[in-house]
Design a protein around this ligand. Structure first.
Ligand code: IDC
Length: 335
């Protein structure tokens, strides 16, 4: 009799653990971001969900994928989803710097592709959106590695054409005097390749001057394709009212904008944070329902890193493990 009760209790405990612990969904009542919004598309200036309602995603960008790969695991993404409310993760794959995709050897390319596959697979299980970011930077003009980009995105679009959580970002930050018409010509060829396979996945296009000149894009947008958005990046201690004005003007003229990268420190990714300006930026993004990802998920000794330099944890961070940027972000996203 006593024994039976014990067994029953054990069985109930087991059921409880199975229901509450470690499943794919957040819990029985809460849906994952992808369950909530489904396949995304673009309607006018707005990212919208499967029903056509506005969606504003907030999330985190990785540091370079070959730089800090250990920060993007199933566990860390689950943690950020459940504890912070992250809905999108950006995979920053450098093309040139630090074992970049186009400067390293074939083995490095394979390792980077595998890392992307793992992240997309885990994000899919977790119902998170994921941005595959071709992170040009010191290579300045996306045409420098256009062939490699086309071949890379062909592989990605073939593989992910039926996924509804994958977003393609085809050139992080054109710079060094690269004009919008040069970017546009690059974009058209990469978009054409992606669209050969993935007919409707959202594609994000970088803009001149480190993805600040959305005014150039709105003056001459890419025609003939749906579900395109343009990127604007800001670092709150450097970019203030003048860049917010550029964003507002481009938005008001009808440009769909996604802030795939921002920091609350200065444009070097370091220096003092400016919370006052960061809050102004977020107010504006909220007002326009513009989606965003903060730079960067690592413990690098720089103020844009979300994790404190001395902390070696790769998930399960407490507030005391977070940098000033990390603390600001978690408070902001929680709401
Ligand atoms: C920075 C990293 C830094 C790294 C450097 C490489 O924070 O650790 O040494 O790149 O050149 C960007 C870029 C992003 C930069 C970031 C900060 O997209 O790659 O990361 N930033 O400088 N645009 C504006 C700022």
């Amino acid at each position: 009799m006593k024994n039976d009760r014990g067994k029953r209790l054990l069985a109930w405990l087991l059921v409880l653990v199975l229901v509450c612990g470690g499943g794919q969904t957040m819990d029985a009542a809460t849906k994952t971001p992808v369950q909530k919004y489904g396949r995304l598309s673009v309607d006018g200036t707005q990212l919208v969900d499967k029903k056509g309602d506005p969606v504003q995603l907030k999330g985190v960008s990785s540091h370079g994928l070959s730089w800090y790969p250990e920060y993007l695991t199933y566990d860390s993404m689950k943690y950020m989803r459940d504890k912070w409310g992250v809905e999108v993760v950006r995979l920053a794959m450098y093309t040139a710097e630090y074992n970049g995709y186009c400067t390293g050897d074939a083995q490095n390319q394979k390792a980077l592709r595998s890392k992307v596959y793992q992240c997309v697979r885990d994000a899919k299980k977790l119902g998170l959106y994921v941005i595959i970011d071709w992170h040009i930077l010191s290579d300045g003009n996306p045409q420098t590695y256009r062939k490699q980009a086309t071949s890379f995105f062909k592989t990605m679009a073939k593989k992910y054409k039926d996924y509804n959580n994958v977003i393609y970002e085809i050139c992080n930050e054109p710079n060094g005097g690269t004009s919008w018409s040069q970017i546009k010509s690059y974009a058209k060829s990469v978009i054409k390749t992606i669209r050969t396979y993935d007919k409707d996945g959202v594609i994000l296009v970088g803009t001149p001057n480190w993805s600040q000149r959305v005014d150039a894009a709105v003056a001459d947008p890419i025609k003939g394709y749906k579900n395109l958005m343009y990127t604007l990046h800001f670092y709150a201690a450097t970019h203030t009212d003048w860049l917010r004005n550029t964003l507002e003007n481009a938005h008001d003229q009808g440009l769909p904008i996604f802030v795939t990268e921002y920091g609350i420190c200065d444009a070097s990714g370091n220096g003092a944070v400016n919370v006052k300006e960061a809050d102004k930026w977020m107010k504006l993004l909220d007002q326009y329902q513009i989606s965003s990802c903060i730079w960067n998920l690592s413990n690098k000794n720089e103020s844009s890193a979300l994790i404190k330099a001395g902390c070696t944890k790769k998930t399960g961070w407490k507030s005391s493990d977070l940098s000033q940027s990390g603390k600001w972000f978690v408070k902001m996203i929680k709401g």
